[in-house]
Design a protein around this ligand. Structure first.
Ligand code: FAD
Length: 348
C-alpha cells in the first residue's frame, strides 16, 4: 500500500515536516539518508549538516547556562516539579538533531536509513527507489535533502573542520575562538563578500583570498568589502594549506601566488571560512523536478512549498540558496507538512 507521505532527508526541515505530519495522523515515513563514509565526507550525513558541527547558539529555545536562573521563581518551581532539575549548556548540533528525531519518532514517524537513488513522479502513486534496492510508493513526497557546503578539498581543511575551518560565517562567526582574531575567507562571489563583511564585526582583520585580480561578486557587494577598513584582499592567490596544530586548531593559512608559483606567504589567522558556494543534494531529481541553474529546487507558488509536480513539496536548504539556516529549514519543513496535508485531504 502507498505511504501517505514520505519525507526524504533527516535535517531540521525533514524532522519538522515529520513532527507536523505525524501529529496530523499521516504516519510519515522519513528516509534519513545512508550512513556511509562518502555521505559524511561530502557533508550530507543522516541528521544533516548540524550533525557535523559543534555548538548551535542561534536555534531558539536553547540558551546556555542554568535554565532555571532565567525563570521567574514560581515558574522555576513549577518546572522542577514537572521536569526535574535542569542544568544545560546550550545545545550541540548532533544533540539538537537527535532531539528533533526523537520528537518525530514519539509521534509515530517511521524511519529508514537509506538514500533515495531514483524517483518516478510521472505516475501515481509516486515511486521512490532506495540504495538497498527497495521500492516505496507514496501519495505525497517532501524533499528535504539539504545542500552541502563546497570546500577546496585540501586535506588540511578536512583536518581542522570544527577547529577553525568553517563554511558558515553567520553560524560560527560569533564563536569565542574567532572574536578579535585575524580570519581568512576564500572566494570571490557575493557570498564571500557577505561573509567577510559579517566576519569583520567579530574578527580583528579579515583577509579575502581570491585567485583572480577582480571579484565576480556584484559591484555593490564588492565595493562594500573593498571599502571596509578591516578587510584586506590577497589577489591572484590560492590557499596552499590551512596551517594549525592539534591543540589550537587553525593558526593560519599558506597562500600561493597564481602569477608566480614559487611565491608563498603565511598569514596568521585563527579562522578559515570557505565561501565558494553550496551544492544542493538534488542529483537524483534531475529531469524529475524543476530546478534553478545551480540545481536548487524551485517553489512553484509564492510562499508555498509546492514544486513543479503536484503532490511533491520541497523544504529547507534544498530549495533555499539564500538563508540556509536551521530555523528557516525547520520553518519550511512545517510549511511542507501542512501543504502535503492539504493536498492529501483534497484527494480523499
Ligand atoms: P540538511 O541539514 O542538510 O539535511 C539534509 C538531509 O538529507 C540529511 O539527512 C541527508 O542525509 C539527507 N539526504 C541527502 N540526500 C539524500 C538522498 N538522496 N536520500 C535520502 N536522504 C538524503 N545553521 C544554523 O541555524 N545555526 C548554526 O549554528 C549552523 N551551523 C552550521 C555549521 C556547519 C558546519 C554547517 C555546514 C551548517 C551550519 N548551519 C547552521 C546551517 C544548517 O545546518 C542548515 O541550514 C540546515 O541543516 C539545513 O537543514 P535541511 O534540513 O534543509 O538540510
Amino acid at each position: 500500500m502507498a505511504e501517505k507521505v514520505v519525507i526524504i532527508g533527516s535535517g531540521p526541515a525533514g524532522w519538522t515536516a515529520a513532527i507536523y505530519a505525524a501529529r496530523a495522523s499521516l504516519e510519515p515515513l522519513c528516509i534519513e539518508g545512508e550512513m556511509t563514509q562518502e555521505n559524511w565526507d561530502l557533508g550530507r550525513p543522516p541528521l544533516g549538516q548540524l550533525a557535523i558541527t559543534t555548538e548551535v547558539e542561534n536555534f531558539p529555545g536553547f540558551p546556555s547556562g542554568n535554565l532555571e536562573s532565567y525563570l521567574d521563581d514560581a515558574i522555576a518551581d513549577d518546572r522542577r516539579r514537572i521536569m526535574g532539575p535542569h542544568q544545560k549548556e546550550g545545545v550541540s548540533g548532533p544533540e539538537l538533531m537527535e532531539l528533533m528525531r526523537q520528537q518525530a519518532i514519539n509521534f509515530g514517524t517511521r524511519t529508514m536509513m537509506e538514500d533515495v537513488v531514483d524517483v518516478d513522479f510521472s505516475q501515481r502513486p509516486f515511486i521512490l527507489k532506495t540504495s538497498n534496492g527497495e521500492t516505496i510508493e507514496a501519495q505525497s513526497v517532501i524533499v528535504a535533502t539539504g545542500a552541502r557546503a563546497n570546500y577546496l578539498g585540501l586535506d588540511s581543511e578536512k583536518k581542522f573542520k570544527n577547529a577553525g575551518v568553517s563554511a558558515c560565517a553567520v553560524c560560527d562567526g560569533a564563536l569565542p575562538r574567532f572574536r578579535d582574531q585575524p580570519l581568512v575567507v576564500v572566494g570571490g562571489g557575493d557570498s564571500a563578500m557577505e561573509e567577510s563583511d559579517y566576519l569583520s564585526k567579530f574578527g580583528s582583520k579579515v583577509y579575502i583570498v581570491h585567485r583572480r585580480e577582480e571579484f565576480r561578486a556584484s559591484k555593490v557587494m564588492a565595493e562594500r568589502a573593498l571599502k571596509n577598513p578591516k578587510i584586506e584582499v590577497k589577489w591572484n592567490s590560492v590557499i596552499d594549506e590551512v596551517l594549525g596544530d592539534d591543540e589550537k586548531g587553525v593558526t593560519g593559512v599558506r597562500i600561493r601566488s597564481t602569477e608566480d608559483d614559487a611565491k608563498t606567504e603565511d598569514i596568521p589567522a585563527s579562522g578559515y571560512f570557505a565561501a565558494i558556494g553550496h551544492t544542493p543534494n538534488t542529483e537524483f531529481l534531475k529531469g524529475h523536478l524543476e530546478m534553478n541553474e545551480k540545481g536548487y529546487l524551485k517553489w512553484s507558488v509564492p510562499f508555498r512549498t509546492n514544486t513543479s509536480v503536484e503532490g511533491v513539496f520541497a523544504a529547507g536548504d534544498v530549495a533555499d540558496d539564500y538563508y540556509r539556516q536551521a530555523i528557516t529549514a525547520a520553518g519550511t519543513g512545517c510549511m511542507a507538512a501542512l501543504d502535503a496535508e492539504r493536498y492529501l485531504s483534497l484527494l480523499e
